[in-house]
Design a protein around this ligand. Structure first.
Ligand SMILES: [Ca+2]
Ligand SMILES: [Ca+2]
Ligand SMILES: [Ca+2]
Length: 204
């Protein structure tokens, strides 16, 4: 099993070679399988938004499933330009994907049937996990450690140079470990323009 999300009475569970398995877990003592497989993919992560499942499928990219009928999920879109999709986070019309040797990919999912790449950042290493908070993407990367990628510039009086200091402060107890083991970088990625290039603004 790889990745799981529960919504209401249903659990969406990733499998190693059968896509998503969907179970009714309304009785947690007796979960019942209502869909054993959505396809042949290896699922690394899944995020459910309404009637849509965004599935990170290792070597098959980001797969988008219509799950309005959980007994029979159907693929409605897919984005795969190489890499290995390990983790996905969806915020609004954008999917942020940790795509291993392709780094961070940012995918426009406003049209689920035709996902398109908005941007990508990769400066080496393998992206294995991603979490987005505000305009920052936190990427777990092997072997570099944590990379913090600025997705767009703040307006007004915000100071981008304050970002790494604030971040390290929040992990005060781990800061020495972070400095010793990880390469902590802050990268500016120009806002949501097609094929925009990222630019590193600070390294620690
Ligand atoms: Ca790409
Ligand atoms: Ca890719
Ligand atoms: Ca990197």
């Amino acid at each position: 099993m790889r990745g799981v999300q529960v919504v209401g009475d249903l659990a969406y569970v990733g499998t190693s070679s059968n896509g998503l398995k969907i179970l009714n877990v309304s009785n947690p003592s007796h979960p019942t399988v209502i869909c054993p497989s959505s396809g042949p993919e290896t699922v690394c992560d899944v995020e459910i938004v309404g009637d849509v499942a965004y599935v990170a499928t290792w070597d098959k990219g980001l797969v988008i499933l219509d799950i309005s009928n959980p007994f029979n999920p159907t693929e409605i879109g897919r984005y795969d330009d190489g890499g290995n999709t390990l983790d996905v986070e969806v915020i609004g019309d954008v999917a942020y994907v940790a795509d291993y040797s392709d780094g961070l990919e940012i995918i426009n999912i406003s049209d689920s049937t035709y996902p398109t790449e908005l941007g990508q950042y990769h400066d080496g290493g393998d992206a294995k996990g991603v979490s987005v908070v505000g305009n920052l993407a936190y990427v777990a990367e092997f072997p570099g450690g944590l990379e913090i990628i600025q997705l767009w510039e703040e307006t007004g009086n915000s100071n981008t140079s304050a970002v790494p200091e604030a971040t390290v402060t929040s992990w005060f107890g781990l800061s020495l470990v972070l400095f010793g083991l990880f390469s902590l970088k802050v990268i500016r990625l120009r806002k949501m323009r097609k094929k925009r290039k990222g630019r590193k603004v600070k390294s620690l």
